[in-house]
Design a protein around this ligand. Structure first.
Ligand code: LER
Ligand code: MN
Length: 275
């Protein structure tokens, strides 16, 4: 398992509350590496505007990997969603999704996340889920062509009304039946919607759909600053053979650098203890 910190790229027009580290992109990468992260997850709103060769060089220089390309900034900062009732918004969102996939491939990242970027149901939940399935099937084909996977994130009830927990997510994916589309399980959402710290991870893994993990404590502070049993989660992940990313997506409090450092320190400590 490898540790990543989520950061936003410079073109994102507003600060994203769950993006970590301060400074220029170069400074963020330098800090992530010094803190001991293995990679970074990118929140971007204009993937096609990024200088990919330069970014690849910077990652290499700091011995960092691109853990994932996140779509959360699309919804939060660019106000684009895949199920938006405004057809021009939804069309642009779908175009951006393809750009996120191409960016992931160019940066050597295996995963593009879809959480709040899917949007909410329009009038009828079943119809919206059907529409989402169509979009994800197409995106899954597009992603597979690049060797990239899409990780769909169950979101807590206050942030989304389509797929709130892992059981619902797995039922949806069974119906969708696309090998390149799986789940992103975020511990912060687990805390609100699940009945166990560890079962959701076991279930997703048993279905071969545990594609990515977001870390945040129950109060969305760094692991160890709240109530979630990260030790139990890590032991379970090790037992079920999860070898993917643990990517911190949490509030930058008391400041985005301290939150990043506390996350890496605490998770490294727990990982060493079970090694
Ligand atoms: C939002 O709460 C979240 O967890 C993000 O990953 C959604 O895109
Ligand atoms: Mn998340």
């Amino acid at each position: 398992m490898r540790l990543a910190l989520t950061i936003q790229t410079p073109e994102v027009p507003v600060p994203v509350p769950v993006a970590l580290l301060s400074g220029t992109l170069e400074e963020k990468l330098q800090k992530a590496a010094r803190m001991g992260a293995n990679g970074v997850e990118f929140i971007t709103t204009e993937p096609a505007s990024l200088d990919v060769p330069a970014l690849r060089d910077q990652l290499n220089q700091h011995d960092l990997l691109a853990a994932a390309v996140a779509s959360g900034g699309m919804a939060f900062a660019a106000k684009l969603t895949l199920l938006n009732p405004d057809p021009s918004n939804a069309a642009l969102a779908r175009k951006r999704l393809n750009e996120l996939i191409a960016l992931a491939a160019a940066l050597g990242s295996q995963v593009v996340t879809i959480g709040s970027f899917r949007g909410r149901s329009v009038e009828n939940k079943e119809r919206s889920l059907h529409q989402l399935a169509g979009i994800l099937h197409q995106a899954g084909d597009f992603a597979a062509g690049y060797g990239v996977e899409i990780a769909l994130e169950p979101l807590n009830r206050f942030e989304g009304d389509l797929l709130n927990n892992v059981e619902q997510g797995l039922a949806f994916l069974k119906e969708l039946n696309h090998p390149a589309v799986g789940l992103l399980v975020d511990t912060f959402h687990v805390n609100i919607e699940e009945a166990s710290w560890t079962e959701p991870f076991r279930q997703a893994m048993a279905a071969q759909k545990l594609f990515h993990i977001h870390l945040g404590d129950n109060n969305r502070l760094p692991p160890g600053k709240g109530l979630i049993d990260f030790d139990a989660i890590l032991r379970t992940l090790r037992a079920i053979g999860y070898t993917g990313w643990l990517s911190a997506e949490l509030l930058g409090k008391p400041d985005p650098d301290t939150a990043g450092r506390q996350t890496i320190d605490h998770m490294t400590h727990l990982m060493k203890a079970i090694a």
